[in-house]
Design a protein around this ligand. Structure first.
Ligand SMILES: [Zn+2]
Length: 309
């Protein structure tokens, strides 16, 4: 396919590199870049590796090479637990994360040929009381494995090329996820457009958006699953349009102190199936504990340049 690079480069490659399942993980150290403010502990690495392997065990596709993933710690915004950065490549119709291309689409390329040092980068927020064990987090703790699972989910395709500043989807293409979005009037995303047949509804809590994939709808009792739009204040960068709208789901935009979501839901897996992934039978579901307090899980969607193409 014809591909066009988006976005500026990710930070430099770490010295500490480890293969974990299909991934080639770069554990970014403070000595690698001033972007990173803390090194990983062994317990943190174990928790994250468990989530990487959980996804790996659920996906039957074979990547054309190891998926290059940079992981690091940084001070994120207040209440932000994690961020994933996913460059997109597109053919002016459809845009893909590098992870989708490498792992699912069997497209052979090097991130460096587009100015990147990895296929994806995930940053975890410092200043949080992280729980790294395999039991239950305390009431004031956030489960690191659960947040890692969520952020990895974005690299697998829970992402959009919508640009709120222009109210358009990227000229490079819409993501496969985008292709399943419908607003309350049936409008859908279209590359380099505000939507088709009409302008996709303004993003707010009174304009429900649904995901119309057949697998996702089947596991949701025949109803198109809801997509998170807003808490009522309009478009939320990194949160709107890239999450499901079910608070107990691992791919909801927020989580809670004490919550455990170390396994994708049946809905998450069905969505991935709609995106084109091969899903192998899932294990038993993880238990969810809901405690008061809301913290954000953000997918930092870097914006493509508007090239006028
Ligand atoms: Zn997210």
């Amino acid at each position: 396919m014809t591909v066009t690079a988006l976005f500026a480069g990710l930070p430099g490659r770490a010295v500490v590199i480890e293969n974990v399942g299909v991934w080639q993980v770069s554990w970014m150290q403070t000595t690698d870049s001033t972007s990173y403010s803390k090194n990983f502990t062994a317990a943190e690495q174990t928790a994250i590796k468990n989530s990487l392997l959980t996804w790996d065990n659920l996906i039957g596709d074979t990547p054309v090479r190891q998926v290059q993933l940079q992981l690091g710690w940084s001070a994120l915004g207040a209440g932000v637990l994690g961020q994933s950065s996913n460059p997109l490549l597109g053919n002016y119709t459809t845009a893909y994360t590098f992870t989708e291309l490498t792992w699912r689409e069997a497209y052979s390329f090097s991130p460096s040929s587009y100015g990147y040092n990895s296929d994806a980068a995930i940053t975890f927020g410092t200043g949080i009381s992280w729980y790294t064990g395999s039991g239950s987090p305390g009431g004031g703790e956030i489960d690191l494995a659960s947040v890692a699972l969520h952020e990895i989910g974005h690299t697998l395709g829970f992402t959009s090329s919508y640009n709120n500043a222009t109210d358009k989807w990227s000229n490079v293409g819409i993501t496969t996820w985008d292709s399943y979005l419908r607003d309350v009037n049936g409008n859908q995303p279209l590359a380099n457009s505000t939507g088709t047949p009409g302008n996709f509804a303004a993003i707010n809590s009174t304009n429900p958006v649904t995901f119309v994939g057949v697998n996702a709808t089947a596991v949701n009792s025949g109803i198109n699953p809801g997509v998170f739009t807003s808490t009522g204040t309009g478009y939320m960068g990194g949160s709107s349009l890239v999450h499901v709208n079910y608070p107990s789901d691992p791919m909801y935009y927020a989580t809670y102190y004490g919550a455990v979501n170390r396994t994708p839901s049946a809905l998450d897996l069905a969505i991935l199936k709609d995106l084109g992934w091969t899903i192998v039978p899932e294990p038993a579901m993880a238990m969810l504990l809901l405690v008061s307090g809301t913290l954000l899980l953000r997918s930092r969607q870097r914006r493509p340049p508007e090239t006028g193409h």
